[in-house]
Design a protein around this ligand. Structure first.
Ligand code: FMN
Length: 148
């Protein structure tokens, strides 16, 4: 099973309404498509950044990521890490969502240090760990279990 993590920047306006509408549409697509492809994962939105982990059968993860990478709702898509895993980090979520809250920002900053948010400055292993910690922290909010 492949796990892939990338970073990107939204292209849409960051006002509250637009953000909520765009994120909802993205999550609906993810939750519609990922289950049948046995893909699970997490999407973090923080300040002006997306970070997403996709995990599942290698070919399916590649296929979905190719589609995501050309999506015009974000730009500067940069793969930060890839690894083979026997066990999922996000078995319960077709796509968990971690919203932009002060608590989540604080957790992100505790991994990034004082330099602020720069995922390139964090080792990929640490980034995967951060994603998992964020999802655990937000487990009650806005997530839909994967129906196996
Ligand atoms: C940040 C971001 C994350 C996305 N994550 C997923 C995803 O996990 N799965 C997925 O199928 N589409 C995802 N999409 C949407 C895809 O780019 C694409 O619009 C969608 O897969 C098309 O599916 P549809 O033909 O069913 O609408 C994401 C898009 C963005 C901008």
């Amino acid at each position: 099973m492949l796990q892939l993590i990338y970073w990107s920047k939204p292209t849409f306006s960051l006002n509250k309404e637009t953000l909520a509408r765009e994120v909802k549409a993205v999550l609906e697509a993810a939750r519609r498509n990922n289950g049948p492809l046995q893909i699970t994962g997490a999407l973090v939105f923080s300040k002006d950044n997306f970070i997403q982990v996709l995990e599942g059968p290698t070919d399916f993860v590649r296929r979905v990521f190719e589609r995501i990478a050309v999506d015009e709702r974000h730009r500067d898509v940069l793969v930060l890490g890839r690894r083979e895993r026997a066990v999922r980090d996000f078995p319960s979520w077709e796509m968990a969502f971690v919203p932009d809250t002060p608590d989540n920002q604080a957790l992100i900053e505790s991994y990034c240090g004082e330099a602020g948010f720069d995922p390139r400055a964090i080792a990929p292993e640490k980034l995967f760990e951060l994603m998992k910690a964020l999802v655990v922290k937000n487990a009650a909010a806005s997530v839909k279990p994967l129906v196996a």
